[in-house]
Design a protein around this ligand. Structure first.
Ligand code: CA
Length: 436
């Protein structure tokens, strides 16, 4: 069942954690889950509130949780949240509701909880799950159109696009948390001027602006998840940067699709923003033009079409070494919105499992690059620079077609709606280092 709006979302709800009030990402209305450590110590499950985090095991040890909420914290051992995600929606909702209660202004539990707060800046934040499998989709229709136009001006969309949520199986081992350096890959690159490829550092290194989806309980092999139940298997969301080496991609991608061009690093924002926190920001699936096909029945659900979309404003910032040295802020490269997704996340879950493939708790989906309709909303440099034909000019006179060593890409997300407290996702950031 889809998460509903309740008293945890109230606009006037305030926390006794002072930094939470008006916090751009983590006010009391959000309460995302993650894994942190301090000074190289044990990895612990935590919830983010303002500029601080609460160690959930320590809170449990002071008897702050009971019943289902207590059971949810009990499984958060071992430095990963897979077992928690496996529990599904009800324990997650109960725990979030209890956290909201004890973090509110006036909560009598404050005296017991306050000593357990840690400064978020003093914590190392890790991947929230042990990711068994990672799948990347292609739901951004403007991205598909923009890239398709570069290769097939007369027919930019492949004939299957509006029928089937396109995806490929990615590589889980190289998914890294925000802040991890991204080494420029070397690979086989073949320029048009030569008959043979060379093995050299990528010269067309790019980012891709995506949402990540954390999988909850999942399904047994051979048992598809019906579209009407798909929301029960979505445990949360993050930002995801699918770093891509366009020159390696161009030579290797036919006939089996992306391989080394995309498996060298995928960066995620480390806090799991729950479907409960996003309840106020649900929107209808974008209306399909009349001549688009209706989804086949296994992808069609009235509730999903009415409220399966997400209103999440997305932003890409680029910081170059020269901008930083001059004390200038990062360049605002692009603004987009999750409303540009052609397929809902429930449709991705239903499609992925429709042949019987099993999803496991803690698996990760990437939505695919979420671009808007014009260059100011491009979700990749391939689109923003028209494949390098139209370099982007930064405020200090620098130009970029693709990423240079030392460049830092920062993805941000923000949810706003009249009558709701804005929430964000935290940063998804990575800096390019040289190949050696
Ligand atoms: Ca991608």
């Amino acid at each position: 069942m889809r998460a509903q709006i309740d008293d945890t979302h109230a606009l006037d709800l305030r926390s006794w954690v002072a930094s939470a009030d008006g916090h751009s990402d983590f006010p009391i209305q959000n309460l995302p889950f993650g894994i942190v450590s301090v000074d190289g110590g044990e990895r612990r499950a935590a919830v983010a509130i303002g500029d601080q985090v609460i160690d959930l095991a320590a809170a449990r040890a002071t008897d702050l949780f009971a019943d289902v909420a207590e059971a949810a914290v009990r499984v958060m051992a071992g430095g990963e949240l897979n077992a928690f995600l496996a529990l599904g929606a009800a324990p997650r909702r109960a725990l979030r509701a209890r956290l909201s209660e004890i973090l509110r202004v006036g909560a009598p539990e404050r005296a017991r909880l306050e000593p357990l707060l840690l400064d978020r800046s003093a914590c190392t934040v890790h991947l929230p799950t042990r990711i068994g499998d990672y799948t990347d989709f292609f739901v951004g229709i403007h991205h598909a159109l923009n890239v398709g136009k570069q290769f097939r001006p007369d027919a930019p969309l492949m004939p299957n696009y509006k029928w089937v949520p396109i995806g490929y199986h990615g590589r889980a081992s190289s998914v890294v948390p925000s802040g991890t350096a991204v080494r420029r890959p070397r690979g086989q690159i073949k320029s048009a001027d030569f008959d043979a490829p060379s093995f050299i550092p990528s010269r067309r290194l790019d980012f891709e602006l995506e949402l990540g989806v954390w999988i909850g309980p999942g399904n047994d092999l051979g048992t598809p998840i019906p579209i009407a139940e798909a929301a029960d298997h979505i445990a949360g969301f993050c930002l995801l940067n699918d770093w891509s080496a366009r020159d390696i991609q161009a030579w290797e991608y036919q006939p089996l699709g992306p391989f080394l061009a995309k498996n060298f690093s995928t960066t995620v924002s480390p806090w799991i923003v729950t479907p409960e926190a996003l309840a106020p920001f649900r929107v209808a699936q974008p209306t399909r033009p009349d001549d688009d096909p209706m989804p086949l029945s296994y992808l069609a659900d009235a509730d999903d079409q009415a409220a399966g979309g997400l209103a999440i404003e997305l932003e890409v910032l680029l910081e170059t070494p020269a901008l930083a040295a001059a004390g200038l802020p990062p360049h605002a490269l692009s603004r987009s919105d999750a409303r540009h997704m052609y397929w809902t996340v429930a449709q991705l879950v239903a499609h992925h499992t429709s042949c019987g493939c099993n999803l496991n708790p803690g698996d990760l989906f990437g939505t695919g690059t979420i671009s808007g309709p014009d260059l100011t909303s491009a979700g990749s440099l391939l689109e923003a620079s028209l494949s390098g034909k139209q370099p982007i000019r930064l405020r200090n006179g620098e130009e970029r077609s693709f990423l240079e060593d030392g460049d830092q890409v920062i993805l941000k997300a923000r949810c706003t709606r009249e009558g709701a407290a804005p929430i964000g996702f935290g940063e998804c950031q990575g800096r390019i280092t040289s190949t050696n």
